[in-house]
Design a binder for this molecule. Structure first.
Ligand code: SAM
Ligand code: SF4
Length: 302
């Protein structure tokens, strides 16, 4: 859910929310808590296990009351038994600590592409500033969700560079989103051609091999894939999808369509706080000792 849309001071060339470009995206202020809780309840009722909230900000400087509101959103959604993820731009150690105390499960901060290609896409912040936020998230004990976007005009070497950089984190990220560019009219990348599907599949397969325990999430752009192409992405190693009405600013396949597809391919979603081996975890990340011997649930998505 986009909890604060548009008017972002960063200049990410792919993004409809950057105030550097004239796009259709209308800016909006930070939404109130209740509509967020309602959206989370709907997501949970539709089988989502993690609720992700995004705000189009460079960082939280000068946003004290907004941050307090977001902390309340995090703790209330956690109170529903869902995992909670936020993506609010760059964070400092204290902000990361407070998000952890509020019950945050994961923080999204994508590296997006290789260190070498990054300055061709974003100039308003450096690759190392991105890495500093990821470190602050890690130090606060929050799971890291960091991946990339394909179709920026990058080469294979940049897609390898992104995976290489992520593989060198102290710990591999818990989640690696794979976005494929949805060209937005008004942005500098509006005329970019989509990357061929085999390039997306090879990127997923490489990430699966290099990041064996990381959840690889098909993210923005998935709605442009046929069902067969999505199934091939699962075979290549993707094992999570974003679902719901919309991604932050791009279309998304809806719950019903996704549920029907997953059923056809014999895939099931993990429960909240269940790890990839099907072992139930506590929100703090320790294994729940099963009272009774439960059959080992094989995650078909592997
Ligand atoms: N504002 C936060 C930030 O930039 O970290 C998060 C917003 S959103 C989760 C950021 C990610 O969405 C980008 O890193 C990019 O991978 C993806 N994204 C944004 N615009 C996109 C587009 N037009 N097509 C595909 N992916 C896009
Ligand atoms: Fe801002 Fe995030 Fe969009 Fe970049 S991707 S312009 S940081 S909202």
């Amino acid at each position: 859910m986009n909890i604060k849309t548009g008017g972002c001071t960063e200049d990410c060339k792919y993004c409809s929310q950057s105030s550097s470009y004239k796009t259709q995206t209308k800016s909006s202020r930070l939404v109130d808590i209740e509509p967020v809780l309602e959206a989370a309840r709907q997501a949970k009722a539709n089988g989502s296990t993690r609720f992700c909230m995004g705000a189009a900000w460079r960082d939280l400087a000068g946003k004290k009351s907004g941050f307090e509101k977001i902390l309340k959103m995090v703790s209330e959604v956690r109170g529903m038994g869902m995992e909670v993820c936020t993506t609010l731009g760059m964070l400092n150690a204290d902000q990361a600590r407070r998000l952890k105390e509020a019950g945050l499960s994961a923080y999204n901060h994508n590296l997006d592409t290789s260190r070498e290609f990054y300055p061709s896409v974003i100039t308003s912040r450096t690759y190392d500033e991105r890495l500093e936020t990821i470190q602050a998230v890690r130090d606060a004990g929050i799971s890291v969700c960091s991946g990339g976007i394909l179709g920026l005009g990058e080469e294979d070497a940049d897609r390898v560079g992104l995976i290489h950089e992520v593989s060198r984190f102290d710990e591999h990220p818990e989640s690696f989103p794979v976005n494929t560019l949805v060209p937005i009219p008004g942005t500098p990348l509006e005329d970019n051609k989509p990357v061929p599907v085999h390039t997306v599949l090879r990127t997923i397969a490489t990430a699966r091999i290099v990041l064996p325990k990381t959840i690889i999430r098909l993210a923005a752009g998935r709605h442009t894939f046929s069902e067969t192409e999505q199934a091939m992405a699962f075979m290549a190693g993707a094992n999570a999808i974003f679902t719901g009405e919309r991604m932050l600013t791009t279309p998304c396949s809806g719950w019903d369509e996704d549920k029907a597809m997953l059923d056809r391919w014999g895939l099931r979603g993990l429960r909240s706080f269940e790890d990839q081996e099907g072992v139930q975890m506590t929100p703090e990340g320790t294994h729940v000792q099963p009272e009774t011997t439960t059959e080992k649930v094989q995650t078909v998505a592997q």
